[in-house]
Structure formats: C-alpha cells, structure tokens
Write a protein that binds this ligand. Structure first.
Ligand code: PLP
Length: 399
C-alpha cells in the first residue's frame, strides 16, 4: 500500500485565480460587446529583449556544431553566468558575492519551494500575511509549524520582527508581491539582528529587485552587515527581464552560512544546497543561460531598464488616479504592484465584482493572499500603457 502525504490535505485549495477566470469568462459570455481589461495579471506583456534573443540564437547555432555542442552542464550553472551575476551584485548593490555562492535555476519559485529540503521539519516558520502563497504552501506540504506576522495599514504593510515569537526560518519579500511595499535598510537591519540573535535564517525573495529605482533602498539583503551569516537570497529573471516563459533565476547561498543539526553538528548551507541541487536538478539549458548572461551586458541592461520603465509608467498612471481620488494605496514606485484599499470598506471580492460589472476591469482580490488582504485589492502595471490608461479612466469615472 502506498500511503500519501497527509499534509496535502491541509494545503488550501487555491480558488483565487480559478475563481477570477470563471467570473471573467461568465461575464464575457454574457457581454461579448464589452472590452475587458486585465489588471490582475502577474505576467509580463513585453517580449524578450533583442540582446537576450540574439544571445540565444547564437547559442542555438553553437548547439548545432560538434565542437561547441553542450550536453549536461554544471547543475549550479555555467561559470560565465555565475560570474556575470557576481559582477552584477558588485555594480547593482556594491555587494561581494563569489561566483561559487551563486546557484542558477529554472526560476525563483522552484528554489523557494525546494529550499525546504535543507531544513529540519522541527523549525518554526515565520511568514508575513498577506504573502506570495508559495512560502505557505511549500511548508504546509511538509507539515511544518507556521506562525504569521501581520502586515497592515498600521505598519505600511512592512511587518517587523515580532517580540514574542522565536522563529527559525523567516520569509521576507521586498519589493513585495502582493503589496508593492519595499523595506528600507533600517527595516532589514532589524530583521538581520533578529535572525542573528535567534540563529534563524532569512529566506529573502528579491524577485523584483530591479524595479527599485530609489538609490537609498536596498536591492539585496546583503547590503546589510551580517546578512551573509543569516540569509539566502532568491532572484529571478522573470519580471525583470521577461523570462516568465523562458525560465531562469538564481539563488545566493553565502559560503559563511552555517547552522547546526539538532545534535549540534555544524553544516554549511552552501554545501547542503550544492548536494541537494546536484542530486535532484540537472541544470538550466545552455541556450537559456546564454540568454540570461546577455541580460547583464550593457545593451541587455539598457533594454531591460527600458521595459521596466514602461511598466513603471503604467504604475505611475495607476498611482496618480488613486491619489486624485484619495484612495489609500501603497507600492507602484519601486514595484510593479499597487495595493489599494477597496473604497467604501467593500470586501475584496465585492470590489472585484463591482469593477468587473461596472467598468469591465479585472484585478486581484487581496484576501486571496491572506486574511490581512481582506478589504484590499492588487493592481499590476504589467498591462499595456493604452489599456492601463483606459482602465484608470474607467476607474476614475466610478470612484
Ligand atoms: N517570488 C515572487 C514574490 C513572485 O511574485 C514570483 C512570481 O510571480 C516568483 C518568486 C517566481 O518567480 P519565477 O518566475 O522566477 O519562478
């Protein structure tokens, strides 16, 4: 008899995006003449940059030649990409990351889900609410104890370390999905101090770091002293370089990062992650890694900056509309997400229904990201400028 993992019984069925899809298709079936604008999508709409595509074309040609063909590559990523990422850390955040601390993967979601492999089931996991659901579900699947830290209007959706909880593993995301909130250096310093004093580990999701334009805001947790002794950082090419369908990301596990087994034996997390990846993962395709390398070229950086600025202009259009109408919101400056309060104290779903029925605009109900998301709504800047402008004109007309 093969027994199943009981913990899967405790994973909340994610009705969020399927309910949205059902409601939207029912609406379009009933009103085929209405143009529905989708402002809820977390996927990019601009294509890959020329620099990336050229590099991938070249790599495809190399694969067709005996001398340059590549078979299995290193599981942690090719040196050329690990070195490019290491250099990027220096120019982007003045942080020294050795290429041997860089692990290339098929995206941040896989690494965020898989990192649980190297930690004991006895840990207490601290997760902000609202949150990107992957952190919660991957720990529920293992039956781990989760405690939540509240993000709310009172703390600008930037929860700080709790005084009464000693957590072992802490998930932080900045710029945040869904709220768009961004931690400052002093916020992160408090989290690093909390982690160091509890011998805890911070799993820092920096998937949106390249949206940070403000020079004073940290793009990497390693900008904070001591972070290398308590943090693993997860990054992605998905939203920053349009790789949502191409799939590539990277995770930094510093060499100095060590923790103990329950019986007191010290282990290197970098060695453990190397062991985990070499056992269960066979690397990202050479062609994709050449495309990812091109993201860091001069042309590549200029092209991805142009795409990000396009999305940020959309975010500005949304933010201006909400400001004019005196609607509380955060995000949208150093992030592609805008987190708005549903006007008139409407619930997230009531507001969703109202927007769909009255102005044919689709967003994401905040309650889908956790209980503290109730009464809030997520809009994204990933639509086209034309659609964003039209959606905001429609929104203005009813607010
Ligand atoms: N982390 C956050 C906060 C995200 O919002 C997403 C994607 O939406 C990811 C990670 C996943 O990124 P990837 O496409 O690299 O798997």
């Amino acid at each position: 008899m093969a027994y199943t993992n009981n913990n899967y019984l405790n994973v909340n069925e994610s009705y969020l995006f399927s309910t949205i899809a059902k409601k939207v298709s029912a609406f379009t079936a009933a009103h085929p003449d209405k143009k529905v604008i989708r402002m809820g999508i977390g996927d990019v709409t601009l294509p890959l940059s020329d620099a990336v595509c050229k590099a991938m074309h070249k790599a495809v040609d190399e694969m067709n030649v005996k001398e340059t063909f590549r078979g299995y590559g290193p599981e942690q990523g090719y040196d050329f990409l690990r070195e490019a990422i290491s250099k990027y850390y220096m120019t982007n955040s003045s942080v020294v990351i050795d290429p041997s601390e860089v692990f290339v993967s098929d995206g941040a979601k896989s690494d965020l889900g898989n990192i649980t492999d190297i930690f004991s089931n006895d840990n207490t996991i601290l997760i902000p609410d609202p949150v990107y659901p992957v952190y919660v579900d991957s720990n529920v699947m293992l039956g781990r104890k989760i405690v939540y830290v509240d993000a709310s209007e009172e703390n600008d959706f930037l929860p700080m370390p709790p005084k009464d909880v000693k957590a072992d593993i802490i998930y932080l995301c900045s710029p945040n999905n869904p709220t768009g909130a961004v931690y400052t250096k002093s916020h992160l310093k408090a989290w690093v101090e909390y982690a160091l004093s509890n011998d805890a580990i911070i799993l820092f999701d920096a998937a949106y770091e390249h949206f940070i334009g403000d020079k004073d805001l940290p793009r990497s947790i390693y900008e904070i002293d001591g972070a290398k002794k308590c943090a693993i950082e997860f990054c992605s090419f998905s939203k920053t370089a349009g790789f949502t369908g191409t799939r590539c990301g990277y995770t930094i596990v510093p060499e100095v990062l060590k923790r103990k087994t329950k019986d007191g034996r010290e282990m290197s997390l970098r060695s453990m992650w190397t062991r985990r990846q070499t056992t269960k993962f066979n690397g990202v395709p050479y062609i994709i890694q050449r495309g990812a390398e091109a993201v860091f070229s001069e042309k590549g950086q200029a092209q991805i900056d142009a795409a990000i600025n396009y999305y940020k202009e959309n975010a500005r259009i949304i933010a201006d509309t909400l400001s004019k109408k005196n609607v509380y919101f955060i995000g949208g400056i150093n992030s592609p997400y805008i987190w708005m309060k549903c006007p008139g104290c409407a619930s997230s779903w009531d507001f969703f229904d109202m927007l769909l029925e009255k102005i044919y605009v689709v967003g994401t109900p905040g309650v889908g990201f956790g209980k503290n998301g109730e009464g809030f709504f997520r809009l994204t800047a990933f639509s086209t400028k034309e659609n964003t402008t039209e959606a905001m004109e429609r929104l203005s007309s009813i607010l």
